[in-house]
Design a protein around this ligand. Sequence first.
Ligand SMILES: NC(=O)C1=CN([C@@H]2O[C@H](COP(=O)(O)OP(=O)(O)OC[C@H]3O[C@@H](n4cnc5c(N)ncnc54)[C@H](O)[C@@H]3O)[C@@H](O)[C@H]2O)C=CC1
Ligand SMILES: O=C(O)[C@@H]1CCC=N1
Length: 280
Amino acid sequence: MFRQQGGIRLKAVFVGAGSMAEAIIAGALKSGALQADHTYVTNKANDARLRQLAEEFGVQAGYEAGAALQDADIIVLAMKPKDAEAGLESIRSFIHEKSVVISLLAGVSIDFMEETIGKPCAIIRSMPNTSAAVGKSATAIALNQFVTDKQHKSALHLFSAIGTAITVDEAQMDAVTAVSGSGPAYFYYIAEAIQQAGEELGLDHETAKELLIQTLLGAASMLSKNDGQAAALRKAITSPGGTTEAALRTFDEFRVKQAIAAGVKEAAVQSKRLGDAYIH
Ligand SMILES: NC(=O)C1=CN([C@@H]2O[C@H](COP(=O)(O)OP(=O)(O)OC[C@H]3O[C@@H](n4cnc5c(N)ncnc54)[C@H](O)[C@@H]3O)[C@@H](O)[C@H]2O)C=CC1
Ligand SMILES: O=C(O)[C@@H]1CCC=N1
């Protein structure tokens, strides 16, 4: 287990203290994947934010991260991709053969990280999503050649604390980013349209909202229970000549399905474009 590797509790340092770092810290402490007294958080310049995390979670936080980094089994990179180079340079001298760098950074390749660190080092590139804040992220991870089985298991355990976690080849990360990284936003977009239509049809804001949220939760549970059989579930609701058929016919006229698929593919293209900026 993550907590006990050879009887030693793993030490983690989060470099970056934004919403993603907070979601992972919250989930990992709750599940026991990490312990507060073995978790250190640092950021670029917001001392109040560090104090807030220290108070809320009991973690160590500050700008004297050297000793914690030196000692760390896990270094989580949690800054924005534009700050990747500075972040990697700040940890480079503390990395040793037993540490693993876990990156949350969208689009930043393992190659880029290896070259910036400049020495053999275990690196795990991940793509969580914002549902991590409620323990429901769908996270994918990709490993470099130096990651040991133990480190791989530890990373899966860590990300399981904020939802589900799977391992993919790094080549699939653009597709993963398009599907599950950006994915929550697509459902919010559809939710906005339904909310608006409900209100235009005469429902008050609260009523439309409650019906919408429960409908989304129910549909997600049904999809999960029925092994992702979206088409079969849709057909089961669509009576001939009925209301659902009328709605779907209208969606088809607007080519909504094709539009969504094209958008998801464009997200993958953009992920690759952003990644290309992080090639030496
Ligand atoms: N928001 C999302 O949907 C997803 C975000 N991600 C990734 O998670 C990462 C973090 O995102 P957020 O938490 O939303 O960011 P954020 O902007 O809330 O937080 C970034 C943190 O990094 C710190 N920072 C910046 N440069 C630093 C440096 N050189 N050294 C130490 N700390 C530094 C900042 O002070 C701040 O605490 C991003 O790289 C993003 O690509 C990944 C999947 C989904
Ligand atoms: O939109 C973005 O670039 C990031 C990556 C995945 C979710 N948000």
